[in-house]
Structure formats: structure tokens, C-alpha cells
Design a protein around this ligand. Structure first.
Ligand code: SAH
Length: 284
């Protein structure tokens, strides 16, 4: 850790005593932090962070900052959501400069909305700092563009389980299947059999490409390329475990030309025209 401020001079907002900044830390790679996140890390007295916040990011904290872990790991239950929110309220009321740091984007399947709501209800002043969500940035690191003009005009972000830990019962899989060419599923590994089953039942083809990306953007990133019909068996064989982003749709094929990490490692693209369009992309 160092206390030199790496930010260029600017009108950076000041994290004042009694405030809570709710901030996204991105999917893992510390280089995907925003400058506002860095500015927050340089100022906070207390940082309450989740399991998905990469430890290298916390190295940007002030040397005397108090770091509080509020996630779950190794199957232990997470700190209760209510307790975390009230802890934030208490720290702010005690005059601390509080940074609530969450993986990805705080408002994407991260309960950031609930925490922010509690803070506002307790009249605690807040600032929200968005982050790069795993469902976009994590897929980009796997060479999968979340939209591509030749593939999709919409994308649907889905959570694989709801508050009860089950597959979300409120989801209309038929509508999702009919309505969106590309699906990006967070927290999907546990219920992948049910999710794949619902999509097949709704008429998505068993041959449809699927990618599972674990530990995206970190040195441990792994990518499984499979299909809707084979994903359950292939995932089991792979031994891959959460956190994972699952992408269903033809965009997964773009990885054959856009797997830039393999190209950096010296591999050639597998197919320059994976969608079989036959013309250079720029001429379309
Ligand atoms: N707010 C976060 C999502 C929190 S929900 C965001 O915007 O990214 C937690 C889920 O996010 C995980 O179960 C996984 O599905 C996904 N996730 C977060 N970080 C990830 C990573 N580095 N690699 C793969 N999936 C990740």
C-alpha cells in the first residue's frame, strides 16, 4: 500500500465524514476500476467489501483504513443484508467516511439498491459509483461481445437464483426465450440443469452456443464453450465452480475470432468469420 495519490489533479469529489459511497469494484482485474472508485479508496476511513472484490483492489486503500469483510465464502452464510445496511448507517452516524465496495456494478444483482434505500431512509448522504458488471466486462475478457450487429438487438440479464436461493420463480422462461437472442446469466451454475431445461422446453435449440466464464478478468479466468444441450454434463466434467457468467446465444461464436487473450498468448484466431457471413465485417 502507498499513500501517494495516483489521481491527476481534478475536482475529485471529497468523501466527507458521515457519508457512504456505494461503489462498484468491477469484475476482478484492478485495471477495470473507475477513477471515482480509486478516489474513494484513497479517502475512506472504513471499507466494507464483498467476497467478489479482488484483494488486489484493496491494496489501493489508505494504509490506516479499516477493512471489513461482509461476504460469504466457503459455504458460510453471508452477513445478513439488514445487518450490513445498518452497519453502514451506524458507521456514517459515527462520522466515518464509509466506502461500501461491491463486485461489478453495485446496482446489478448486487443488492446495492436495497442498501442505498436503507441509507436514504436513515437520512445518510450517499454517492453511487457504477462499476463494470461481470456480465459485460467479464464476457469481453472472454472475447464475447454482449451485443453484435450480426447477432442480437437485445440482451437479457438474468439471475440464476432469487432471494430464496431457488431458480427465480417469477421468470417467464418462454418470454425470455422468445424475446431475447442473447441471455447473460449471473449466479447460474447451481441451477444450470433447471435453466437449460427451461430454455430447451421453451424452444431454444440444443445446439445453441453457450459459454461459461469463471473468475472472469482475473488470472484464474476459465472459459468453457459448449451448447445448451451439453452444458450440464460439460460443466460437471469441467469441475468449474462459481463465480461464473453464463452466456447463451450466437455471440459466443464470436469468441472464435475475438479471443484476444489467447491471441496475446500467441494463438491464432480459430475462425475469422464464425457467423459465416462471408464478407468483411466493415463492408456490411
Ligand atoms: N454486482 C455484480 C454481480 C453480483 S452477483 C456485477 O455487476 O457483476 C454475483 C454473481 O456475479 C456471481 O455469482 C457471478 O455470476 C457474477 N460474477 C461476478 N464477478 C464475476 C467474475 N469475476 N467472473 C464470473 N462471474 C462473476
Amino acid at each position: 500500500m502507498t499513500d501517494a495519490n495516483p489521481l491527476p489533479p481534478n475536482d475529485w469529489p471529497e468523501l466527507q465524514p458521515g457519508w457512504v459511497w456505494l461503489c462498484g469494484a468491477g469484475p476482478g482485474d484492478p485495471g477495470l476500476l473507475t477513477l471515482h472508485a480509486l478516489n474513494a479508496l484513497r479517502q475512506a476511513d472504513v471499507i466494507i467489501y464483498d467476497a467478489l472484490v479482488d484483494s488486489r483492489i484493496l491494496e489501493w486503500a489508505r494504509t490506516d483504513a479499516k477493512l471489513v469483510y461482509a461476504g460469504k465464502r466457503g459455504g458460510k452464510p453471508s452477513a445478513k443484508q439488514r445487518d450490513i445496511s445498518l452497519q453502514l448507517v451506524d458507521l456514517a452516524k459515527a462520522g466515518k467516511r464509509v466506502l461500501r465496495l461491491k463486485g461489478g456494478d453495485p446496482f446489478v444483482f448486487g443488492r446495492g439498491g436495497e442498501e442505498a434505500q436503507t441509507l436514504v431512509q436513515h437520512a445518510i448522504p450517499i454517492r453511487i459509483i457504477p462499476g463494470i458488471s461481470a456480465g459485460i466486462g467479464g464476457l469481453a475478457y472472454a472475447g464475447i461481445p454482449v451485443t453484435h450487429r450480426d447477432v442480437n438487438q437485445s440482451v437479457t440479464f438474468i439471475t440464476g437464483h432469487d432471494q430464496s436461493g431457488k431458480t427465480p420463480s417469477a421468470l417467464n422462461w418462454q418470454a425470455i426465450s422468445d424475446g431475447s437472442q442473447v441471455l447473460v446469466i449471473y449466479m447460474g451454475i447451481k441451477h444450470i440443469d433447471r435453466i437449460a431445461g427451461e430454455l430447451l422446453k421453451a424452444g431454444r435449440p440444443a445446439s445453441e452456443p453457450v459459454a461459461v466464464v469463471t473468475q472472469a478478468t482475473t488470472p484464474d479466468q476459465k472459459v468453457l464453450e459448449t451448447s445448451l444441450g451439453a452444458v450440464v454434463a460439460d460443466l460437471e466434467k469441467s469441475g468449474m465452480s462459481p463465480p461464473a457468467i453464463i452466456c447463451v446465444g450466437r455471440s459466443v461464436k464470436m469468441r472464435q475470432v475475438l479471443d484476444w487473450q489467447s491471441m496475446i498468448a500467441g494463438e491464432k484466431p480459430r475462425d475469422l468469420d464464425p457467423l459465416g457471413r462471408g464478407r468483411p465485417a466493415e463492408s456490411r
